[in-house]
Design a protein around this ligand. Structure first.
Ligand code: UDP
Length: 275
C-alpha cells in the first residue's frame, strides 16, 4: 500500500521525506512513525509553523479509536485533520502486518505528552480541558511541578452539552492559551477539536484521553513492567471490567480482524480506509 501524505491544515502536505521514518496509514489514518525525541522536535517545528496558519491538531491512534474510525467516516475525518501518533501494541501489530515493521517507539499520550511539556524548547500558555469536576485542577498542580517553564492559564471540566461546546472554545480563547490539552475521551475529543480548535486561538491542540485521570491520581497507572510489555490495556480491563470489556475484548478482536481484512482484501474495506 502506498504511504499517504499527512496534510496539516494551513501547511503544505508532510511527506515521508519530512520525517525520518515516514508515516503509515492504518484504516486510512496516516500514523507518524518516529521516536519520541524526533517527535518532540517535530512538534516544536509544526507548532511554530502553525502560528502563521491553522492550528495543529494532534491525536493518538490506538486499537479502540482505530475501530471508531473504521465504523464512522466523520471520526476518521477528524483524525485525518492533523498529526496522528501511535499508541499501544495493537498499532504495532497492525503496522507489522500492513507495512512490514514495528513503530520505533510507543508514543501513547499518557507518557508522551508530559514528556513533551518537560522537554519542548517552547514556552506555552496551557489550558487543560476535560475530566470530571476538579480533575483538571489537580493535573495543573502536577504539571506545574513537572514542567514549570510553562504558564497554566485555565482549566475546565469536560462534561458540557453540545450547545455549550462553542462557549467552551470562547472561554479558552479568553484565557489567552496557545496550547490546549483535551481529555474528553474518544471520539468526542477529536470531534470537538476538529470543529472548535480554530475558535480557541490556540496554535496546537492535543487530545489526551485518560491522561488527566492518571496525572491527577484519580486512577492508578499499571506497574512499569506491565507498561513496558505494552499490556496496560489488561490492567485497565481488570480495573474497570464492565466498561472496558466491550472495548478491549470484542474491540481488540474486531481490530485484528479488520487489519487482516485490510491486508488481504483492501478493496472490501470502508472507502475512507483506503487512503
Ligand atoms: N470525559 C470528559 N467528558 C466526557 C467524557 C469523558 O471529560 O463527556 C473524560 C473522562 O472523565 C476521562 C477522559 O475523558 O478523564 C477520558 O475518558 P476515557 O477513559 O473514556 O478515555 P480513553 O481512555 O478512551 O482515552
Amino acid at each position: 500500500m502506498a504511504h499517504a501524505d499527512c496534510t496539516i491544515p494551513g501547511q503544505r502536505a508532510l511527506t515521508g521525506a519530512d520525517r525520518p521514518n515516514g508515516n503509515r496509514p492504518i484504516f486510512g489514518i496516516p500514523v507518524t512513525a518516529a521516536t519520541s525525541d524526533v517527535m518532540i522536535d517535530e512538534l516544536d517545528r509544526l507548532s511554530g509553523a502553525a502560528e502563521a496558519g491553522e492550528p495543529l491538531q494532534v491525536a493518538f491512534l490506538n486499537a479502540h479509536n482505530a475501530n471508531l474510525c473504521w465504523e464512522n467516516a466523520d471520526v476518521a475525518a477528524a483524525f485525518r485533520r492533523g498529526l496522528v501518533l501511535n499508541d499501544g501494541i495493537g498499532l504495532d501489530i497492525a503496522t507489522r502486518l500492513l507495512h512490514g515493521e514495528a513503530f520505533p517507539d510507543n508514543l501513547n499520550g499518557t507518557d508522551f505528552v508530559p514528556l513533551y511539556l518537560e522537554r519542548t524548547s517552547r514556552i506555552f500558555r496551557i489550558f487543560l480541558l476535560g475530566g470530571t469536576e476538579g480533575v483538571a485542577e489537580k493535573v495543573r498542580a502536577a504539571f506545574q511541578a513537572r514542567a514549570p517553564q510553562h504558564r497554566y492559564v485555565g482549566t475546565r471540566h469536560g462534561y458540557f452539552t453540545d450547545r455549550e461546546a462553542s462557549g467552551v472554545a470562547d472561554a479558552i480563547a479568553a484565557s489567552g492559551a496557545d496550547l490546549v490539552l483535551v481529555a474528553l475521551g474518544s471520539p468526542r475529543q477529536e470531534l470537538w477539536m476538529s470543529r472548535y480548535l480554530a475558535d480557541t486561538g490556540c496554535r496546537i491542540g492535543i487530545s489526551v484521553g485518560g491522561l488527566f485521570d492518571f496525572a491527577s491520581g484519580t486512577k492508578p497507572r499499571a506497574p512499569a513492567l506491565v507498561r513496558r510489555l505494552q499490556c496496560e490495556w489488561v490492567f485497565r480491563l481488570l480495573l474497570e471490567p464492565r466498561r472496558m470489556a466491550r472495548r478491549y475484548l470484542r474491540g481488540n478482536f474486531a481490530f485484528l480482524a479488520r487489519v487482516a481484512r485490510e491486508r488481504l482484501a483492501p478493496h472490501s474495506t470502508p472507502v475512507w480506509t483506503r487512503g
